[in-house]
Design a binder for this molecule. Structure first.
Ligand code: DAK
Length: 257
Protein backbone atom coordinates (compact mmCIF):
# COMPACT_ATOMS: atom_id res chain seq x y z
CA UNK A 1 0.00 0.00 0.00
CA UNK A 2 1.31 3.47 -0.87
CA UNK A 3 0.83 5.88 2.00
CA UNK A 4 0.06 9.58 1.66
CA UNK A 5 -0.41 10.61 5.30
CA UNK A 6 2.30 8.60 7.06
CA UNK A 7 5.93 7.68 6.48
CA UNK A 8 7.30 4.25 7.28
CA UNK A 9 10.79 2.87 7.72
CA UNK A 10 12.56 -0.01 9.41
CA UNK A 11 15.66 0.53 11.53
CA UNK A 12 17.24 -2.77 12.53
CA UNK A 13 14.38 -4.79 14.02
CA UNK A 14 12.23 -1.73 14.71
CA UNK A 15 9.37 -0.74 12.41
CA UNK A 16 8.54 2.97 12.52
CA UNK A 17 5.29 4.60 11.42
CA UNK A 18 5.46 8.40 11.44
CA UNK A 19 2.25 10.42 11.34
CA UNK A 20 2.80 12.99 8.63
CA UNK A 21 0.13 15.69 8.42
CA UNK A 22 2.21 18.53 9.90
CA UNK A 23 -0.08 21.16 8.35
CA UNK A 24 -2.87 19.86 10.63
CA UNK A 25 -0.75 19.06 13.71
CA UNK A 26 -1.02 15.40 12.65
CA UNK A 27 -4.77 15.35 13.30
CA UNK A 28 -6.18 11.93 12.45
CA UNK A 29 -8.41 12.03 9.40
CA UNK A 30 -9.89 8.74 8.26
CA UNK A 31 -7.17 8.29 5.64
CA UNK A 32 -4.38 8.58 8.22
CA UNK A 33 -6.17 6.28 10.64
CA UNK A 34 -6.50 3.61 7.93
CA UNK A 35 -2.88 4.00 6.89
CA UNK A 36 -1.38 3.86 10.35
CA UNK A 37 -3.28 0.71 11.24
CA UNK A 38 -2.36 -0.84 7.91
CA UNK A 39 1.33 -0.08 8.65
CA UNK A 40 1.05 -1.53 12.15
CA UNK A 41 -0.53 -4.71 10.81
CA UNK A 42 2.15 -5.00 8.11
CA UNK A 43 4.96 -4.63 10.69
CA UNK A 44 3.16 -7.11 12.93
CA UNK A 45 3.34 -9.74 10.17
CA UNK A 46 6.98 -8.99 9.28
CA UNK A 47 9.22 -11.54 11.00
CA UNK A 48 12.21 -9.17 10.84
CA UNK A 49 10.39 -6.64 13.02
CA UNK A 50 10.41 -7.17 16.79
CA UNK A 51 8.93 -3.90 18.02
CA UNK A 52 6.98 -1.05 16.45
CA UNK A 53 7.18 2.70 17.04
CA UNK A 54 4.46 5.20 16.22
CA UNK A 55 5.61 8.81 16.26
CA UNK A 56 4.77 12.26 14.96
CA UNK A 57 7.09 15.26 14.75
CA UNK A 58 8.73 17.46 17.37
CA UNK A 59 5.70 19.78 17.63
CA UNK A 60 2.90 17.25 17.60
CA UNK A 61 2.39 13.55 18.02
CA UNK A 62 -1.24 14.16 17.03
CA UNK A 63 -3.71 16.91 17.99
CA UNK A 64 -6.66 14.53 17.94
CA UNK A 65 -9.18 13.53 15.34
CA UNK A 66 -9.49 15.93 12.41
CA UNK A 67 -12.09 18.41 13.64
CA UNK A 68 -12.57 19.84 10.14
CA UNK A 69 -13.42 16.39 8.77
CA UNK A 70 -15.71 15.62 11.71
CA UNK A 71 -17.45 18.97 12.15
CA UNK A 72 -20.42 18.32 9.83
CA UNK A 73 -20.71 14.58 10.53
CA UNK A 74 -24.15 13.34 11.49
CA UNK A 75 -24.94 10.76 14.13
CA UNK A 76 -25.75 8.24 11.39
CA UNK A 77 -22.45 8.90 9.60
CA UNK A 78 -20.42 8.51 12.78
CA UNK A 79 -22.06 5.16 13.43
CA UNK A 80 -22.06 3.79 9.87
CA UNK A 81 -18.48 4.80 9.05
CA UNK A 82 -17.43 2.38 11.75
CA UNK A 83 -14.98 4.86 13.26
CA UNK A 84 -14.90 2.98 16.56
CA UNK A 85 -14.01 -0.27 14.78
CA UNK A 86 -11.11 1.44 12.99
CA UNK A 87 -9.64 2.68 16.27
CA UNK A 88 -9.98 -0.80 17.75
CA UNK A 89 -7.59 -2.27 15.17
CA UNK A 90 -4.69 -1.39 17.48
CA UNK A 91 -5.92 -4.06 19.89
CA UNK A 92 -5.10 -6.76 17.35
CA UNK A 93 -1.38 -5.91 17.14
CA UNK A 94 0.61 -8.64 18.90
CA UNK A 95 4.08 -7.07 18.92
CA UNK A 96 4.90 -4.27 21.36
CA UNK A 97 3.86 -0.84 20.10
CA UNK A 98 5.78 2.10 21.52
CA UNK A 99 4.55 5.67 21.16
CA UNK A 100 7.39 8.19 20.74
CA UNK A 101 5.70 11.44 21.69
CA UNK A 102 6.95 14.98 21.28
CA UNK A 103 4.71 18.04 21.51
CA UNK A 104 0.93 17.67 21.55
CA UNK A 105 -0.86 14.38 22.14
CA UNK A 106 -4.44 15.57 22.43
CA UNK A 107 -7.86 13.98 22.11
CA UNK A 108 -7.62 11.02 19.76
CA UNK A 109 -3.83 11.55 19.78
CA UNK A 110 -3.73 11.00 23.53
CA UNK A 111 -6.12 8.06 23.18
CA UNK A 112 -3.82 6.52 20.58
CA UNK A 113 -0.94 6.84 23.05
CA UNK A 114 -3.05 5.24 25.77
CA UNK A 115 -3.63 2.27 23.45
CA UNK A 116 0.10 1.72 22.93
CA UNK A 117 2.13 -0.59 25.14
CA UNK A 118 4.86 1.82 26.22
CA UNK A 119 5.57 5.51 25.79
CA UNK A 120 8.80 7.46 25.31
CA UNK A 121 8.11 11.18 25.73
CA UNK A 122 10.26 14.15 24.83
CA UNK A 123 10.53 16.97 27.37
CA UNK A 124 8.03 18.97 25.31
CA UNK A 125 5.30 16.30 25.29
CA UNK A 126 1.84 17.42 26.44
CA UNK A 127 -1.10 15.09 27.00
CA UNK A 128 -4.75 16.02 27.21
CA UNK A 129 -8.36 15.22 26.35
CA UNK A 130 -9.77 18.58 25.21
CA UNK A 131 -12.90 17.15 23.52
CA UNK A 132 -15.09 18.91 26.10
CA UNK A 133 -13.97 22.25 24.64
CA UNK A 134 -15.62 21.35 21.32
CA UNK A 135 -18.77 19.88 22.84
CA UNK A 136 -17.98 16.16 22.81
CA UNK A 137 -16.24 13.57 24.99
CA UNK A 138 -13.41 11.12 24.18
CA UNK A 139 -14.65 8.36 21.86
CA UNK A 140 -11.64 6.09 21.41
CA UNK A 141 -11.20 4.79 24.94
CA UNK A 142 -10.05 8.01 26.62
CA UNK A 143 -12.50 7.92 29.49
CA UNK A 144 -11.70 4.29 30.25
CA UNK A 145 -7.97 3.84 29.64
CA UNK A 146 -7.07 7.18 31.19
CA UNK A 147 -9.09 6.50 34.35
CA UNK A 148 -7.48 3.08 34.75
CA UNK A 149 -4.02 4.55 34.28
CA UNK A 150 -4.06 7.81 36.24
CA UNK A 151 -7.05 7.26 38.56
CA UNK A 152 -10.54 8.72 38.72
CA UNK A 153 -9.96 12.23 39.98
CA UNK A 154 -7.22 13.24 37.58
CA UNK A 155 -9.01 11.57 34.66
CA UNK A 156 -12.17 13.51 35.54
CA UNK A 157 -10.24 16.76 35.56
CA UNK A 158 -8.60 16.00 32.22
CA UNK A 159 -11.82 14.90 30.52
CA UNK A 160 -14.23 17.41 32.10
CA UNK A 161 -11.96 20.41 32.58
CA UNK A 162 -9.31 20.07 29.85
CA UNK A 163 -6.37 19.65 32.23
CA UNK A 164 -3.25 18.89 30.22
CA UNK A 165 -0.24 17.03 31.60
CA UNK A 166 3.38 17.98 31.06
CA UNK A 167 5.86 15.23 30.30
CA UNK A 168 7.01 15.29 33.94
CA UNK A 169 3.44 14.95 35.22
CA UNK A 170 2.76 12.17 32.73
CA UNK A 171 5.80 10.32 34.08
CA UNK A 172 4.64 10.90 37.65
CA UNK A 173 1.16 9.52 36.91
CA UNK A 174 2.37 6.48 34.98
CA UNK A 175 1.33 7.59 31.51
CA UNK A 176 4.87 7.46 30.09
CA UNK A 177 7.86 5.19 30.66
CA UNK A 178 10.64 7.71 30.25
CA UNK A 179 11.42 11.28 29.26
CA UNK A 180 14.18 12.12 26.81
CA UNK A 181 15.53 15.33 25.23
CA UNK A 182 13.50 16.78 22.36
CA UNK A 183 16.51 16.64 20.11
CA UNK A 184 17.03 13.03 19.12
CA UNK A 185 13.84 11.85 20.87
CA UNK A 186 13.12 9.37 18.08
CA UNK A 187 16.64 7.93 18.23
CA UNK A 188 16.18 7.42 21.97
CA UNK A 189 12.86 5.67 21.32
CA UNK A 190 14.48 3.46 18.69
CA UNK A 191 17.23 2.45 21.15
CA UNK A 192 14.52 1.55 23.67
CA UNK A 193 12.58 -0.39 21.03
CA UNK A 194 15.73 -2.20 19.85
CA UNK A 195 16.21 -3.50 23.39
CA UNK A 196 12.64 -4.81 23.40
CA UNK A 197 13.02 -6.25 19.89
CA UNK A 198 16.08 -8.21 21.06
CA UNK A 199 14.01 -10.24 23.57
CA UNK A 200 12.59 -13.73 22.93
CA UNK A 201 9.79 -12.98 20.42
CA UNK A 202 7.18 -15.52 21.50
CA UNK A 203 7.66 -14.73 25.19
CA UNK A 204 7.27 -11.01 24.38
CA UNK A 205 3.92 -11.67 22.68
CA UNK A 206 2.70 -13.84 25.52
CA UNK A 207 3.78 -11.20 28.02
CA UNK A 208 1.97 -8.40 26.16
CA UNK A 209 -1.19 -10.47 25.97
CA UNK A 210 -1.03 -11.32 29.67
CA UNK A 211 -0.37 -7.75 30.88
CA UNK A 212 -3.23 -6.48 28.69
CA UNK A 213 -5.53 -9.02 30.34
CA UNK A 214 -4.97 -7.16 33.62
CA UNK A 215 -7.00 -4.27 32.20
CA UNK A 216 -9.88 -6.35 30.95
CA UNK A 217 -10.49 -9.12 33.47
CA UNK A 218 -10.92 -9.96 37.12
CA UNK A 219 -7.75 -11.04 38.96
CA UNK A 220 -8.83 -14.68 38.78
CA UNK A 221 -9.39 -14.50 35.01
CA UNK A 222 -6.15 -12.57 34.54
CA UNK A 223 -4.16 -15.15 36.47
CA UNK A 224 -5.73 -17.83 34.27
CA UNK A 225 -4.55 -15.95 31.16
CA UNK A 226 -1.06 -15.71 32.66
CA UNK A 227 -1.02 -19.46 33.33
CA UNK A 228 -2.36 -20.17 29.84
CA UNK A 229 0.48 -18.09 28.36
CA UNK A 230 3.20 -19.35 30.72
CA UNK A 231 3.05 -23.11 30.19
CA UNK A 232 3.31 -23.15 26.36
CA UNK A 233 6.63 -21.30 26.54
CA UNK A 234 8.13 -24.59 27.74
CA UNK A 235 7.31 -25.96 24.31
CA UNK A 236 9.52 -23.34 22.62
CA UNK A 237 13.15 -23.68 21.58
CA UNK A 238 13.73 -20.21 22.98
CA UNK A 239 12.92 -21.31 26.54
CA UNK A 240 15.50 -24.11 26.26
CA UNK A 241 18.02 -21.73 24.69
CA UNK A 242 17.39 -18.96 27.25
CA UNK A 243 17.91 -21.19 30.25
CA UNK A 244 20.89 -23.00 28.66
CA UNK A 245 22.52 -19.66 27.84
CA UNK A 246 22.08 -18.53 31.45
CA UNK A 247 23.75 -21.68 32.74
CA UNK A 248 26.56 -21.43 30.17
CA UNK A 249 27.03 -17.73 31.02
CA UNK A 250 26.50 -16.51 27.45
CA UNK A 251 23.98 -14.44 25.54
CA UNK A 252 20.95 -16.35 24.22
CA UNK A 253 20.43 -16.70 20.50
CA UNK A 254 16.67 -16.41 20.02
CA UNK A 255 15.00 -18.22 17.13
CA UNK A 256 11.42 -17.12 17.66
CA UNK A 257 10.47 -20.80 17.76
N1 DAK B 1 -8.22 18.86 13.63
C1 DAK B 1 -8.04 19.56 12.48
N2 DAK B 1 -7.09 20.53 12.35
C2 DAK B 1 -6.31 20.78 13.41
C3 DAK B 1 -6.43 20.07 14.64
C4 DAK B 1 -7.45 19.06 14.72
N3 DAK B 1 -7.64 18.29 15.80
N4 DAK B 1 -5.51 20.54 15.50
C5 DAK B 1 -4.84 21.51 14.84
N5 DAK B 1 -5.30 21.65 13.59
C6 DAK B 1 -4.85 22.58 12.54
C7 DAK B 1 -5.30 24.01 12.86
O1 DAK B 1 -6.64 24.20 12.46
C8 DAK B 1 -4.30 24.80 12.04
O2 DAK B 1 -4.72 24.77 10.69
P1 DAK B 1 -4.70 26.13 9.80
O3 DAK B 1 -5.53 27.11 10.52
O4 DAK B 1 -3.24 26.51 9.73
O5 DAK B 1 -5.26 25.66 8.49
C9 DAK B 1 -3.02 23.98 12.17
O6 DAK B 1 -3.43 22.66 12.54
C10 DAK B 1 -2.07 24.50 13.23
O7 DAK B 1 -2.81 24.59 14.44
P2 DAK B 1 -2.80 25.90 15.37
O8 DAK B 1 -2.61 27.13 14.54
O9 DAK B 1 -4.01 25.83 16.24
O10 DAK B 1 -1.46 25.65 16.21
P3 DAK B 1 -1.15 26.14 17.69
O11 DAK B 1 0.29 25.83 17.90
O12 DAK B 1 -1.62 27.52 17.95
O13 DAK B 1 -2.03 25.15 18.62
C11 DAK B 1 -2.97 23.01 19.31
C12 DAK B 1 -1.80 23.77 18.62
C13 DAK B 1 -2.72 21.53 19.11
C14 DAK B 1 -2.93 23.33 20.82
C15 DAK B 1 -4.32 23.49 18.71
O14 DAK B 1 -4.23 23.36 17.30
C16 DAK B 1 -5.51 22.70 19.19
O15 DAK B 1 -6.02 22.97 20.28
N6 DAK B 1 -5.98 21.75 18.37
C17 DAK B 1 -7.20 21.03 18.62
C18 DAK B 1 -7.03 20.03 19.72
C19 DAK B 1 -8.32 19.26 19.99
O16 DAK B 1 -9.34 19.87 20.34
N7 DAK B 1 -8.27 17.96 19.86
C20 DAK B 1 -9.41 17.09 20.08
C21 DAK B 1 -10.07 16.84 18.76
S1 DAK B 1 -11.52 15.80 18.92
C22 DAK B 1 -13.87 8.65 17.64
C23 DAK B 1 -12.69 8.48 18.30
C24 DAK B 1 -11.93 9.56 18.66
C25 DAK B 1 -12.31 10.82 18.35
C26 DAK B 1 -13.51 11.00 17.67
C27 DAK B 1 -14.28 9.92 17.33
N8 DAK B 1 -14.68 7.55 17.34
C28 DAK B 1 -14.22 6.24 17.71
C29 DAK B 1 -15.89 7.65 16.63
C30 DAK B 1 -11.47 11.92 18.74
C31 DAK B 1 -11.89 13.17 18.79
C32 DAK B 1 -10.90 14.25 18.96
O17 DAK B 1 -9.70 14.04 19.08
Amino acid sequence: MTYTTILTETRGRVGIAQLNRPQAMNAFNLAMLGEVFDALETFDKDEHVGAIIVTGNEKAFAAGADIKEMSEASYIQMVTEERVEVWNRIRGIRKPVIAAVSGWALGGGCEFVLSCDMVVASESARFGQPEITIGIIPGAGGTQRLARLVGKHLAMEMVINNRTLTAQEALQFGLVNRIVAVEGYLDAAVAFAEEIASRAPIAVRMAKDAVNAAFETTLTEGLAVEKRNFYPLFATEDQKEGMKAFIEKRKPNWKGK
